[in-house]
Design a protein around this ligand. Structure first.
Ligand SMILES: [Fe+2]
Length: 363
């Protein structure tokens, strides 16, 4: 199977995995053959990409740290929590005990699933509707945070707390209008000030709640603070930012860079990691960053890549010790012709060959 972005879908393609809509409903089952009306519907529902089975991707398995069904369930939970917290429904905007339990159960579900898929890397390939961007973001940040916390050797209780904090870190957005959150153009200074206040809004929602741990409250308030004091809302720095906040900050920034937003396209994973790496000089924690990257698939299985030889292919298998050098199945030769036989190049053996960029394979 391979990943195909919605704008490149063609009638006759076969879905390899189901597609879910924004209320967690199954829009299409795995195995369905796409028609032009299915494709139009997927595009209308803002599904960014789907997994396809075809001859060029035959035999390629996509392993992900988290199963799609677990993710759908987590997105549904955090969507309900946001809904509960919005000022329209919850006048006092107090966090309720029920939400706390739901979030804790969701974190246990994610932790168990990560254990079941032990060793699989995190694929930053979003296949949930862009209409769910805020909730997808919270779930992806929670998964990345839990994976990083495990790699850092935190204990189970700490991981549950930090996972809950990560899932709830942007809860203050439930008090920001969708016109500002989803504004396609550049924000005015006043609008940006409102965006920044999501940290304070979120903190106010939970600060009196004894069911919510201090770690979670700190993450909600401080996840945009930076080590050099350049963050917000309090502009605190250095030692005042604990390990938990530093972990969530890295995962939050990575997720935001590598996912589509209404005002900009996603950045490829390798570029986002370069940017994050440059920020470890002043803003982000270098030691945590080193642990964070151990869990990321820079080129997930089933994604298209362009090699420096001009050949284009699909990533077949990742190499954990050297994530920029996976095995690649060549689909097009350097002249752009279909490569008969689809040879596989192991970039760990062919050291003069390297990946130049991500690319889409159209044929
Ligand atoms: Fe945030």
């Amino acid at each position: 199977m391979r990943i195909v972005y919605s704008k490149s879908l063609k009638p006759g393609m076969e879905l390899a995995k189901p597609v879910y809509g924004k209320d967690g409903e199954k829009l299409l089952h795995g195995g369905v053959i796409l028609t032009s009306s299915y494709i139009k519907n997927l595009q209308k529902k803002n599904i960014p990409a789907v997994y396809i089975d075809d001859e060029i991707s035959d035999g390629i398995e996509v392993e992900d740290a988290i199963d799609l069904e677990v993710k759908v369930q987590a997105v549904e939970t955090i969507r309900k929590v946001f809904d509960n917290m919005s000022t329209k429904k919850n006048k006092s905007r107090n966090f309720c005990n029920r939400s706390n339990k739901d979030i804790k159960n969701t974190i246990y579900g994610i932790m168990n699933n990560l254990k079941e898929n032990n060793g699989s890397l995190f694929n930053m390939v979003e296949i949930m509707s862009k209409d769910l961007a805020t909730y997808n973001h919270c779930v992806n940040v929670a998964v990345l945070t839990i994976m990083t916390a495990r790699t850092l050797g935190l204990n189970e209780k700490q991981i549950v707390d930090i996972g809950m904090g990560a899932l709830m870190h942007d809860i203050g957005y439930s008090n920001v209008t969708s016109e500002i959150i989803n504004k396609p153009g550049q924000l005015s200074d006043e609008e940006f000030e409102v965006i920044k206040r999501h940290t304070i809004y979120g903190y106010e929602m939970v600060k009196e709640d004894s069911d919510v741990s201090a770690i979670i409250k700190t993450i909600i308030l401080m996840h945009h603070e930076r080590l050099d004091g350049s963050g917000y809302p309090l502009r605190i720095k250095g030692d005042k930012l604990n390990k938990y906040v530093r972990i969530v900050s890295i995962c939050d920034m990575f997720e935001a860079l590598t996912s589509d937003r209404v005002y900009r396209e996603r950045m490829p994973v390798y570029k986002a990691l370069e940017l994050l790496s440059s920020k470890t000089i002043s803003e982000l924690d270098l030691e945590i960053y080193k642990h964070f990257i151990k869990n990321i698939a820079i080129y997930p299985q089933g994604t298209g890549v362009l090699l420096n030889t001009g050949e284009k292919g699909l990533v077949v298998e990742n190499n954990r010790n050297n994530p920029t050098r996976p095995k690649v199945r060549i689909i097009f030769n350097s002249e752009g012709s279909f490569h008969v036989g689809f040879k596989v190049i192991d970039l760990m053996e062919e050291l003069t060959i390297f990946i130049e960029d991500n690319c889409e394979l159209r044929y």
